[in-house]
Design a protein around this ligand. Sequence first.
Ligand code: NOJ
Ligand code: NOJ
Ligand code: CA
Ligand code: CA
Length: 722
Amino acid sequence: MKKTNSFLKSKLLPIILCFTLIMSLSVIYNNGSMTVDAAAAYPGDAAVSNKANYGTDVIYQIVTDRFSDGNTANNPTGALYDSTKTQLKKYFGGDWQGIINKINDGYLSNMGITAIWISQPVENIHAVFADGSTSYHGYWARDFKKTNPYFGTFTDFQNLVNAAHAKNIKVVIDFAPNHTSPADPANVNYGENGKLYDNGTLLASYTNDPNGLFHHYGGTDFSTIEDGIYRNLFDLADLNLLNNTIDSYMKAAIKKWLDLGIDGIRMDAVKHMPLGWQKNFMNTIYSYKPVFTFGEWFLGVNEVDPSYYSFSNDSGMSLLDFRFGQKVRQVLRDNTDTMYGLNAMLTDTANSHEDVRQQVTFIDNHDMDRFGQSGVSTKKTDIALALTLTSRGVPAIYYGTEQYMIGNGDPANRGMMTGFSTTTNAYKIIQKLSPLRKTNPALAYGTTTERWINNDVYIYERKFGNNVVLVALNRNLSSSANITGLNTALPAATYSDVLTGLVSGNSITVGSNGAVNNFTLAAGSAAVWQFTATSDTPTIGNVGHPMAKSGDTITIDGRGFGTTTGTVTFGTTNATIVSWSNTQVKAKVPSVAAGKVNVTLRTSGGVTSNTYSNFDVLSGAQVMVRFVVNNATTTFGQNVYLTGSVAELGNWDTNKAIGPMFNQVVYNYPTWYYDVSVPAGTTIQYKFIKKNGSTVTWEGGSNRTYTVPTNATGTVIVNWQP
Ligand code: NOJ
Ligand code: NOJ
Ligand code: CA
Ligand code: CA
């Protein structure tokens, strides 16, 4: 005993002291390598209670049926179920209790996961198709107000939310209001004939639909946006969201899930529903219990679609960042593009999204081949994860990627979770970088700047205020790279790799002028160096929810706001402050002219922040109205648009008019129609115009007048006024 003590004092103490010194230095320069209690460090933007901002979060995507079976008693029986877990179109038994177990045993939080996205939780069809297909994936709803019994009961769901929240994990549900289930108009016995139930009461089937709850225009050929919205996605019975029964049913259904405490929504198939309906649906959510919502608008390899960006900028929701995902796969997995292509994608998406930082990034999901490939080095996955976790956007990790699961195509990419090892390199990479997203705001909110590049090497810098993260990637698995002439905003010091060499990274030394000493970047490597500032000038990182009406309380996250209440300004109008801390301010949107406005903050000491631009202020609560104009004949290249007296119709600015309107599916040329989100209960003035580029032809006559319904959809049908 004594001997040990004196040994401790004489030999170990200096070592311990020295170690403590190094550790305290590393607190300043390398806090990503420690286990950081993120919630304690920055209660503002890290807290699970902040449902409007996912900037600092790491999402884990779970196909509920394929993760963990925590309750065999709720498994389906007969042809729906395969206990061998090899017939990939059948249910395997995974459920909410299984997820609860993995939350409680620390598998997710120990990895640094702060949000889970689970399969659509609603009751799905129980039918089995001839090819063995079932609704294990959750996308074939029959009753949006009930639970999928194979996932659990409402009590199980509530337990899941409670278990997640206890570990600072947010719960995101998949939600698919576009459709019910597969239907065949010629065969009432196909599946469940698309039947929709309201808490057990049948509303309609696809072939017995007297009140027009479904669209009946056949399947889409994906040729135009209009075709994809109003025709069936594959054979999925397409819901008519203009129908008041459906509109109010979906709003009641989502409120039921919001009441259970969910923190986010992943909206399925947003390309296949009218933007106008989705905007009014988002207003419903934001006016009730605001939660971060991101939509799925699939983009193929190298696909760039302007409509994708107008959706992310104007719908009030974020999108899954398919351009990011597809490009990362090309550059880091398939070698069909270089680091220059990756950098170009990052630059272009930063310019095209009003706020690229709240879009959801990923390297694979249930609709594409898994990133990992048989016979391909897991190094590629490691590098791609390091990139994703340090890039702008909210990373979503597909379940099993941390176990290097492989599988091409649906359903091979949705196999049963192969294991829960906490020692794979991928697991450890996520574990190192997730806490850094909480502690260093450069990752959540910072700019992205290329610092060094060639075909194989990409060194980029994230910066927010005085916070800096520098990341180096070398995708070449056999050749190292000599890095000379690298400059950084990191202050002069030596920086160790936050990843502690997990992906062959090294330390760097930065001189006083930001010049980095030459170094060798190993083959197949990723290194992360970071500086977290202890104080900052006021800098806004996020204003959420991103679309609001006056009187709504929004949350501003950032750094350096000070601890004494200052001022928040929308446009030129000051907001009422609800709460104020150094990293988070809550304020009520003041009464300002609707449209995109700038938000700024001023500390009590009079220092003004950066400007957060394009915050979307609505004219008021929204409903959807279909505007239809007959006899609007046009010349080649000319299209019909809608303009009017409210911001939602562009405030008579023809550059902001709504359209081009549609004329192919529900109505046909020379009739044009469009579904628009407009302020409820408001009397608006409007007119149709014909536009060809910048050439505008106005309707004749005086302005039209319409009083928007207060709590229901509306339809306006008029003739073009010559
Ligand atoms: C996109 C989903 O991600 C996919 O898996 C699903 O089949 C379709 N939407 C239809 O819901
Ligand atoms: C004829 C119109 O001139 C043209 O502008 C329009 O795109 C097509 N019809 C298709 O509706
Ligand atoms: Ca089960
Ligand atoms: Ca649709």
